[in-house]
Design a protein around this ligand. Structure first.
Ligand code: APR
Length: 320
């Protein structure tokens, strides 16, 4: 059986964590690409030297050449600039759009059959640009946001209920911004929906509202602590879960930024929805019923994604 090939575009904080996880899980051989000479090579060598200790036979290499990603099964994109304190994800649009365009050209040329996961922010606009410019089919280009946002929501809920994170399920819709839609109705502890947990007196509406608010601002909380960049361990873990579902055809149902063609009444943009990820990529978008409040929040979130796409088109008219 041939080995899978995982190309990581961007070998910074998230790229390094992705390479480490892919190697620990032996998902395949790993190519780290970065424009800074020596960084991907150094990280690849360091991680390869961890292999004899962790028992991983994944091969790792670093490169400045797009030709090295040829034939990749999965490409995960983190090339770009992360947030600094005081910045929103949207502040990154102009600089990261230019970088994403170059990355899209490299993927389109050398890995047109890959399953591509975008992490670069502002996520919903960058994944849109990556798909449009690379020309890959929409079901093979997704954005990582919901798995991370739900993980944050689950952690805070598990702490609130003092139970294992494994016994908490959470649901987040919409864009990867501060107007994302963490759904209380569809989130549960031990299978008990949150509204019922409130009714039973396990927590209060006010405490859940505070958790929702903290989830929305979860990325910013880490930026303000780190001061020199943004979160990287949890984002990498989230993207690896998505990659693994594709590589092993697990058909996990995961919240991802997926291209919508009239699902949820939205057409032609990426937004966070639950999808089935399998061998073919995004195999299905699950449509759930939203109540009036959830729909209003979802639409607001999609409107801000559309606003970012329009801004991207103004910055680079080739996206028109
Ligand atoms: N091609 C390839 N890599 C590039 C390019 C490019 N054109 N431009 C920049 N890079 C590389 C940088 O050299 C750096 O190593 O992208 C890497 C980004 O790494 P970090 O600065 O450590 O950022 P990271 O925390 O990994 O986040 C990357 O993901 O979550 C988002 O907002 C975050 O947009 C940011 C991205």
């Amino acid at each position: 059986m041939s080995r899978k090939k995982i190309a990581l575009i961007g070998a910074g904080n998230i790229g390094g964590a992705l390479a480490h996880l892919a190697s620990l899980k032996e998902l395949g051989d790993v190519v780290l690409f970065d424009i800074v000479a020596g960084v991907p090579q150094g990280k690849a060598l360091d991680l390869a030297q961890a292999g004899p200790i962790s028992g991983s036979d994944s091969r790792l290499c670093g490169t400045q050449e797009y030709s090295a990603i040829e034939g990749a099964d999965v490409v995960i994109v983190t090339a770009g600039v992360p947030r600094q304190p005081g910045m929103s994800r949207d502040d990154l649009l102009s600089v990261n759009l230019g970088i994403t365009s170059k990355v899209a050209d490299g993927i389109g040329q050398y890995a047109p059959n890959a399953f591509v996961i975008c992490i670069t922010n502002p996520l919903d606009a960058m994944v849109w640009a990556l798909q449009k410019r690379s020309g890959l089919p929409t079901h093979r280009v997704v954005g990582m946001a919901g798995v991370l946002d739900t993980a944050r929501f689950r952690l805070f809920l598990a702490e609130e209920f003092k139970v294992s994170v494994q016994d908490v399920a959470a649901f987040v819709l919409g864009g990867h911004g501060d107007d994302m839609v963490p759904s209380i109705r569809y989130s549960s502890v031990a299978g008990v929906p949150l509204p019922e947990a409130i009714r039973l007196g396990w927590t209060t509406k006010e405490r859940i509202d505070a958790i929702v608010d903290r989830t929305r601002k979860g990325g910013g909380e880490i930026v303000s602590l780190l001061k020199t960049g943004s979160a990287f361990y949890a984002p990498a873990t989230a993207a690896i879960e998505m990659a693994e579902s594709h590589l092993k055809d697990k058909r996990r149902v995961l919240p991802c930024a997926a291209y919508l063609s009239n699902q949820y009444g939205v057409d032609g943009v990426y937004a966070g929805v639950p999808v089935v990820i399998g061998e073919k990529g995004v195999e299905r978008v699950l449509e759930i019923e939203l109540d009036a409040e959830e729909r209003a929040m979802f639409e607001k979130s999609v409107a801000s994604v559309r606003g970012l796409i329009e801004a991207a088109k103004r910055i680079d008219p080739s996206y028109m």
